[in-house]
Design a binder for this molecule. Structure first.
Ligand code: SF4
Length: 371
């Protein structure tokens, strides 16, 4: 966790997506997007609930057809999480989605077409007090901007964003956030850095179409961490060609590492070598799966031997340091009398983590109530 760098967040306006605040120092929200067919209501609801379980704040859903909009109406009534309707090309679907309860719209005004259509969306959003995200992507820039810049360079993305910001401003609509995304990490970072200096609206960040679980996680981590470290970003989505649940987990992991927002366990584990006294990799993998439901933030170090085990354990909420047949247990940096049996290490450590999580939860609730 980042204990050394203070991140000064960029000042921005505040909007709300449902009950989730965005911008003006609100916690950085983690978003994801369903990848089921929206018309498959049961599976879409299941996926939203899976995302909720791992801590998603806001879920986006594609509305490509009228049938999808009708399905959205039903889905919206059955889930308790803010939903963003993702609309391209057809302004009527945007209006329908607002009528059907969308908490926010994501549109790229460049592909909605005539101004009259954008105006209708905006006046409907205004009437229903619904925010909009202007989502500019390197793959779908307006033709004239692409012609001017020849390729979707950062300046081109920003010009498109500013054009749309100014247009919504001219309609006296201020409930919106903006994103400029590219699959190239440096373009995305540069575009956001330029944009951040030019607008006051909240910024949604992400590296679009970043790739598979491993590749996309690396690209997103580099790009998003770079922006967040500079105080840019009020809400984020990690775009992965993987199950959306992974996007949320990676999102939280990035925020955790930067010391911005904490949820769940921050595992610290050694890379292992022949000195390890138990199978560190297996233990970490099993515990990560078993403890996905834990929301309390804590550091747990799982280290295979005494070389680094004691030092790490002393800095963690809970730590184990591998020993012959049994491993040392530390709580809040203090060595405990009882040791863990290496054969049963997963079960025993899980029990200690859950106990500690409950203690911390009670302690934090008492303190919050005191304030
Ligand atoms: Fe090897 Fe011990 Fe270092 Fe882990 S902490 S990598 S087991 S020396």
């Amino acid at each position: 966790m980042n204990k050394y760098k203070t991140i000064n967040r960029r000042k921005s306006d505040r909007i709300y997506v449902g009950n989730v605040p965005i911008g003006n120092n609100a916690p950085i929200s983690v978003q994801s997007m369903t990848n089921t067919k929206t018309t498959d209501i049961v599976n879409t609801i299941n996926q939203i609930n899976q995302l909720k379980k791992v801590g998603v704040d806001i879920v986006r859903i594609s509305i490509p057809t009228t049938e999808a909009a009708e399905a959205f109406k039903i889905i919206k009534k059955r889930v308790k999480i803010p939903l963003i309707a993702d609309i391209h090309f057809d302004y009527r679907l945007a209006i329908k989605s607002i009528e059907y309860g969308a908490d926010c719209l994501r549109i790229n005004p460049g592909n909605i077409g005539k101004k009259r259509k954008v105006n209708e969306i905006v006046s409907c959003a205004k009437y229903n007090n619904i925010p909009i995200r202007i989502g500019i992507n390197s793959g779908s820039l307006e033709h004239d901007i692409l012609k001017k810049y020849k390729s979707p360079i950062p300046e081109a993305l920003v010009e498109s964003a500013i054009r749309n910001v100014e247009y919504l401003d001219s309609l006296n609509f201020n409930q919106f956030k903006v994103s400029v995304k590219a699959s190239d990490v440096f373009s995305a970072v540069q575009a956001n850095k330029i944009l951040a200096k030019k607008i006051t609206q909240p910024i949604h960040i992400g590296i679009t179409e970043s790739g598979s679980l491993r590749n996309g996680t690396v690209k997103s981590s580099i790009g998003i961490a770079s922006l967040l470290s500079d105080g840019i970003g009020d809400t984020l989505r990690i775009s992965l060609a993987a199950h959306p649940v992974e996007e949320v987990k990676v999102g939280y992991d990035i925020l955790k590492v930067l010391g911005i927002r904490f949820r769940g366990i921050n595992f610290i584990a050694c890379p292992t070598c022949s000195r390890q006294e138990f199978d560190v990799i297996k233990v970490v993998e099993e515990l990560e799966k078993k403890l996905e439901d834990i929301e309390t933030s804590m550091d747990v170090s799982i280290i295979g031997c005494v070389v680094n085990g004691i030092g790490e354990a002393k800095m963690s909420t809970l730590g184990i340091t591998g020993g012959y047949k049994t491993s040392g247990l530390y709580k809040d940096g203090i060595r405990q009398k009882n040791k863990l049996n290496n054969k049963n290490i997963v079960q025993e450590l899980e029990m200690h983590i859950r106990k500690k999580s409950n203690e911390l939860k009670k302690f934090r609730t008492i303190n919050e109530n005191d304030i």
